[in-house]
Write a protein that binds this ligand. Sequence first.
Ligand SMILES: Cc1ncc(COP(=O)(O)O)c(C=O)c1O
Length: 431
Amino acid sequence: MMNPLAQELNDLLAGTTPGELLSDLGQRLYFPKGIIAQSGEAKKLGKVANGTIGMTVINGKPAILPSVRKYAPELQSGELVAYAPTAGNPDLRALWKEEMLKKNPGLEGKSVSLPVLVPGLTAGISYLADLFLDETKGLVAADPSWDNYVLIAGARRNAPFVQFQIFKDGKFNVDGLEECLRKQAETGSVRVILNFPQNPSGYSPTKSEAARIVSIIKDLAEKGTKVMVWCDDAYFGLNYENDIYPQSLFAELCDLHENVLAAKIDGPTKEDFAWGFRCGFITFGGKNLTDTHYDALVKKLMAAIRSSVSCASTPPQSMIFKAYRDGDIQTEKIEFRKVLEARYKLVKKFVTSHKSTAISPLPFNSGYFMAFHLDTVDAEELRQKLLTEKGIGTISIDSHTLRVAFSSLDEEKIETVYQAIYDTADELAKA
Ligand SMILES: Cc1ncc(COP(=O)(O)O)c(C=O)c1O
């Protein structure tokens, strides 16, 4: 039997694209009218006393041990040890939306949900998988992709994991993507994750490639297929070439067609150089979705959060909010981005001036990484040899892809690392 609260949300979403795309778990999820909801009401109305929440409150403030307090002296106890709301600090959520509009002017005038704070982008992707994937509802992703996608979609949700080859003839394989999406449409609906700048290749589509991706999705939608696009924007803003489409595809997809639901996954993890903070956001956008629809969708997402981690950690939310509000974060970020761009340029210079019969760089123009395609040598063998003989760490993504994170290589090490990769690959090819 469906819980009545779940049924209520399902009824609100009935007939909409999100309603039709929900997984079995997505349909069952509901946000209880229990402790969290009642405590929220008490926060607003319980002016005399609030005996609802499981925290120790002394003189109206959450208790905090001085030994804990001393490491973050500028934060109030409420900003440090108090529980955060299930969907995150409301001020930070509003701020993140404002920033999203500044970063993506194409969102101007379009209606999207308030971002929901999740404990990192990974958690966000996993929650989307809870809500929209199951045994019959698969996920399309690039090949190669970040290895966590298949773990989340395949192992955790037992959903089909369908991949398209991301590059063909040295270019982004838009035709391969189209063919894969059309085939997936035959299963009844489509869910696809697009990650730009991409992990592991470090590629972002050009303006014309982005336009084609959008038009393929529009065409599928016009022909009656419900399409959900997950935009994994983890590395947003790290573009090093002028012909890259500068916004998130979410800005185009969030009002593309009634049959399209877009979800944006982003956050401070890489954008604000705060990897361990475990802060991320999920924002929904779909043409003609009303505030009631967004509220119902957000409640489903809150149910996924409540039933797994309950809420995200408070101190990082307070720190990111204050850094944006009071700090000089934008100028500081430009400085760090310049460091990454300088490394990108060095790597680009090296790989365009060196040739190997064994390895060739996949297209890259953005982000943290670049990857080599290996024709005649095994990536794991190359990785092992680089590690044990040269003391250089890289990642073998699959048997023919080696990923190098130039984001973690100081400039002066780049020549050494890349020379070693080329030399070692050539040695292996000859052996
Ligand atoms: C493509 C992609 N998405 C998401 C993430 C995860 O972000 P978070 O650390 O916030 O979970 C990563 C991190 O490596 C990534 O490469």
